[in-house]
Every structure is written in structure tokens, then in C-alpha cells.
Design a protein around this ligand. Structure first.
Ligand code: ATP
Ligand code: MG
Length: 268
């Protein structure tokens, strides 16, 4: 089963989240089959990462977005578990600091974008500036409205400089979010994950869905596509994200750099 085509938001096509089933599980017969497919993808990712690092031509930027409890952390923990930390960097974007607020909204993003040879994973991203900021009117409407074009321009610069960009929206249902938040309240090992803001934000579900729809409709481009990942089932979500990453990296046909030496040099 292919991942790239079925989850990708086609440039210029309006996203309607209500038409995409968050509980979809593709053609898998059961969890175990999907877990086995994930395991194979994790192995492939590890080999592809090695080439990416050796070749030092491309950088890979993975953006993870989604409602609270949609599984951004879990995706990192499980899908990225086979990566070598040497050339991989995870960055979580929280509320901006006063210093960050004194700059343009992309300043804190660009400075931690992955270098050639590296994989950069963003847990939340510059998209918060057209999501939470829009939903709560944190800046005037005219200001966030301009940001869609600015984001497109920024991502175009990265892509033109060999940064491969993959953006994932982890699509969960409102009922599944409720279930997960309840579990965070009752399971002592998950209490720490829950914040009062999660319950407040839940009230804005509709506004967030609309904000996501517009962000993905306006900013899914050929070189920086958005993918809507059905994420009610963690095992399917993990496979789907890994599949898109593997297919993308394989399409680059990365080669090891040519040897600098002939191989016939004499060692003392
Ligand atoms: P978890 O899923 O584990 O709760 P999290 O990513 O939600 O992790 P938190 O510290 O709970 O981490 O929340 C970070 C908060 O920062 C989010 O509510 C997010 O909307 C907010 N945030 C991120 N970027 C911005 C921004 N540019 N402006 C305002 N708020 C932002
Ligand atoms: Mg949170």
C-alpha cells in the first residue's frame, strides 16, 4: 500500500476534514500486520538516514501538527525510534518567549531548520502562527492573514536549498481526543501530560479544524506537501507517517559520495 498519494493534500484542492475518516485503517488485516510493516519501514529509514548523512546534499524537515493528544509525541517516540541521534534533531515549539516575539514569527523556526545531511523533526511549528494565533486573536486578523503567503515563501526558500519538507496533520476525532484526555486524567503515568489548557482548547475544536483546513489548503505545495494522517488508531498513524517518509527518501535515489581516494593507497 502506498502512502504518499493517498494522504497528500493536492496543491490547490480545498481540504475538508469532515470528509476524511480519522479511524481509517487502510487495507491492513489487523494491528500486527501494520506493526510488522512499521518495523520494516523503521529499518529502511535507518538505512536511508545513513545515505542522507553521507551524501550531505539534502536535509529532511518533518513537521508534526495536530490537536492536543493527537499523538505528536507518540509518533516521534515510535516512528523515529530507529534513527541515529547523531544527525537527527527534534524541536518542540511552545508559546514564544519575549525575545522570539520581538522578531518575525519565522525567526525562531529558520534558525533551527535542519542542515544538509540532517533530519529535523518539528513538534508544532510555524503553523501555530496561523492556528492558535488565529483561533485566539493573538495578533490582528490582517497580520495572521498575510502569514499564509509568508509561510509559502519561506518554505519555497528552504525547498530551493535542498530541504525536503513533509508536513503531517495527525487527524483524530473529537471522541478519540476525549478518550485520550480522560486516560491522561486517570492514569497516574499520564497525569503529567494533561494541562488545563487542553480542556479549554477542546471548546475551540471547530475553530481549530477550520484553521487547519485553511492552512493545509493554502500551504500544501508540490515541494512542501501536507499529509492528512488518520490517527485515531496509533498503529495505523505510525505506519502511515513512516511510509510517507520512506517513499520520499527513496525517491531521492541517494548515493554514497564518490571516494576521494583510489582505494589502492598504501597504509604504513
Ligand atoms: P503535549 O501534546 O504533550 O501537551 P504540547 O505541544 O501541547 O505537548 P504544551 O507545552 O502543552 O506542549 O503546549 C505548547 C503550547 O504552545 C500549545 O498550546 C501551542 O498552541 C502553544 N504555541 C506554540 N506556538 C505558539 C505560537 N507561535 N503562539 C502562541 N502559542 C503557541
Ligand atoms: Mg499540550
Amino acid at each position: 500500500m502506498k502512502g504518499l498519494k493517498q494522504f497528500r493534500v493536492k496543491p490547490g484542492r480545498a481540504v475538508r476534514l469532515a470528509e476524511i475518516d480519522p479511524a481509517w485503517t487502510g487495507g491492513f488485516k489487523d494491528k500486527d500486520e501494520a506493526r510488522e510493516a512499521l518495523r520494516r519501514n523503521i529499518e529502511r529509514m535507518s538505512k536511508l538516514q545513513y545515505r542522507l548523512y553521507a551524501q550531505k546534499k539534502y536535509a529532511l524537515l518533518i513537521v508534526l501538527q495536530g490537536m492536543d493528544a493527537s499523538g505528536k509525541d507518540g509518533t516521534i517516540r515510535q516512528v523515529m525510534s530507529g534513527l541515529n541521534p547523531q544527525s537527527c534533531c527534534v524541536k518542540a515549539f511552545k508559546e514564544p518567549t519575549p525575545e522570539e516575539l520581538d522578531h518575525d514569527f519565522l525567526w525562531r523556526i529558520h534558525r533551527v531548520a535542519p542542515a544538509r545531511g540532517e533530519i529535523g523533526i518539528f513538534n508544532r511549528s510555524h503553523y501555530e502562527d496561523v492556528l492558535v494565533v488565529r483561533v485566539h486573536d493573538l495578533v490582528p486578523r490582517a497580520v495572521w492573514r498575510r502569514r499564509y503567503d509568508q509561510i509559502q515563501a519561506f518554505e519555497r526558500i528552504l525547498a530551493a536549498n535542498d530541504v525536503i519538507i513533509l508536513k503531517f496533520f495527525l487527524h483524530i476525532s473529537r471522541a478519540e481526543q476525549r478518550r485520550r484526555l480522560e486516560e491522561r486524567l486517570t492514569d497516574p503515568s499520564k497525569n503529567w501530560k494533561v494541562a488545563p489548557s487542553d480542556f479549554k482548547e477542546r471548546k475551540f475544536w471547530g475553530a481549530y479544524q477550520r484553521a487547519y483546513e485553511e492552512a493545509m489548503t493554502r500551504c500544501s505545495t508540490r515541494r512542501a506537501p501536507w499529509f492528512v494522517i488518520p490517527a485515531d488508531h496509533k498503529w495505523f498513524r505510525n505506519w502511515a507517517v513512516s511510509q510517507v517518509i520512506v517513499e520520499t527518501l527513496e525517491s531521492l535515489r541517494m548515493k554514497f559520495p564518490k571516494p576521494v581516494l583510489t582505494g589502492r593507497e598504501k597504509l604504513e
